[in-house]
Design a binder for this molecule. Structure first.
Ligand code: SF4
Ligand code: SF4
Length: 444
């Protein structure tokens, strides 16, 4: 009698078929309008932004995102099969990356959400809201399964890992301060209408759009090269969305487990985790005295407001320069220089402004408002950066009692390597296969 195909295999094949089919549908939405024919020598530039699409295709993307997240969660938590996660990663790189050109992506959507929150004239499409919130909702229930292979940037980095090195704990802790700082800065700039830095300095988007500037292409290449030996450098030391995912993953209802049953401390999982997310057991002797611990925590809590104030002050000093990222502030400065005869010629923006016949005062008033908002925002963003950095350092310097190997839910990207190498897992799988064979033989 023929073996009944495993449910996982059938599920994976069905999923791939559905995803491949739906991936081909949105092609019809592209290039609907023919390009105008110029009689002059004008060359139509190659656009670096994705084409606008019909809303229905955005809904299809959202449905694909949900399907991919659900599949990744099943493969990571229920079936415990890394192969499935790799298939999803390959699909995401091609669909969300090369085909959809990395847009909409939840990482960049942080800025749309921030801008919409602080600017009543800016509306966010429902699909962008969904792209931003759905992976976060999944993180609350199943951990960072979005990072396992659904996010095209994470998937691309996952696929290039060759031999990940273990970084010293202090290096990871110090570099780990960058993502929350980047998150606060990008929210500040988006909220004040000064620009979308996440999109502007995205190292992978150029690959996906085949249109990176030379500098961004080099940056992307360096990230990928570094990623062969330092796993997922963008995810761990840059990504602002990963910060929010990490916070929610800490509270997640369920999460990837290393061993199916009790841990036998073989250390295989610890060696294989590419992002150092497995914490080894901490023996009783290493745990500091309760009194010392309480005293240290007291000092840290006392210093936290000081650190927050210091970083808030430091960023507020930078606010005049940050404000220059806003187009109105730049224009006001240019007009002032031109009026004083100190500018080296005019710019397209200043010429256009003069043609519009808008009073200078209106522009300078707008500049003043933006500068004021930037200073206030810089104080808040800087204080939050300091507060988060302080918390991260406190958390990483604290010894917590552990009798078995445990996953750090905030750092784990649900890649599936640890359970794939776990000796207990292999034993379980062998037992299940044996049981299945016995049942089949009995039936035969
Ligand atoms: S950390 Fe950021 S870039 Fe990495 S997989 Fe997660 S969302 Fe994507
Ligand atoms: S699933 Fe396991 S190996 Fe992968 S990141 Fe999480 S703890 Fe590390």
């Amino acid at each position: 009698m023929k073996d009944k195909p495993a449910f996982q295999t059938v599920f994976m094949q069905a999923l791939l078929a559905v995803l491949c089919f739906t991936a081909s549908v949105p092609l019809h939405g592209q290039e609907r309008f023919p390009q105008p024919e110029f009689t002059s020598d004008y060359t139509i530039p190659t656009p670096l932004q994705p084409h606008p699409r019909q809303t229905v295709f955005d809904y299809i993307d959202t449905a694909i995102l949900i399907a991919a997240l659900a599949s990744a969660s099943l493969f990571a938590l229920k079936f415990r099969r890394r192969t499935g996660l790799i298939v999803i990663a390959v699909f995401s790189v091609f669909y969300f990356g090369f085909f959809r050109r990395g847009c909409v992506c939840p990482i960049g959507a942080i800025q749309n959400m921030a801008m919409a929150l602080f600017n009543p004239h800016f509306a966010v499409p429902i699909t962008v809201i969904l792209f931003f919130t759905v992976p976060l909702i999944f993180a609350l229930f199943t951990g960072r399964t979005f990072c396992s292979g659904v996010c095209p940037f994470g998937a691309l980095q996952e696929l290039v890992i060759v031999k990940p090195l273990r970084l010293p704990q202090w290096v990871s802790s110090v570099l780990g301060i960058i993502p929350p700082a980047y998150l606060c800065l990008s929210v500040l700039l988006a909220a004040t209408g000064s620009g979308f830095i996440i999109c502007r300095f995205d190292p992978f988007i150029g690959f996906f759009r085949f249109g990176a500037t030379f500098e961004m292409f080099v940056a992307g290449l360096l990230f990928l090269l570094a990623g062969t030996v330092v796993a997922r450098p963008y995810c761990r030391f840059v990504c602002p969305y990963g910060v929010i995912l990490g916070w929610l993953s800490r509270l997640s209802y369920r999460h990837v487990k290393i061993a199916p049953e009790e841990c036998i401390r073989c250390r295989l999982c610890e060696d294989v985790c590419p992002v150092d997310a497995i914490r080894p057991p901490v023996p009783e002797t290493m745990i500091e005295e309760r009194k010392t611990g309480i005293r240290r925590l007291g000092f840290a809590i006392l210093f936290l407001p000081l650190i927050a104030f210091g970083t808030g002050f430091a960023l507020s000093l930078l606010s005049p320069y940050l404000a220059l990222l806003h187009p109105d502030v730049r224009l006001a400065r240019q007009i002032r220089l031109e009026n004083a005869g100190e500018a080296e010629g005019t710019t397209l923006e200043s010429d256009a402004f003069r043609m519009r016949d808008v009073p200078f005062d209106a522009l300078f008033e707008r500049e003043k408002t933006v500068r004021g908002r930037m200073t206030k925002g810089a104080w808040i963003a800087g204080s939050v950066i300091g507060f988060l950095a302080g918390l991260t350092l406190i958390a990483s310097s604290r010894w917590k009692k552990r009798s078995v190997f445990e996953i750090d839910r905030r750092a784990c990207v649900s890649c599936g390597r640890c359970f794939e190498v776990c000796s207990k897992e292999q034993e379980e799988r062998r037992k299940t296969t044996l049981k299945k064979k016995e049942k089949t033989n009995e039936r035969d």
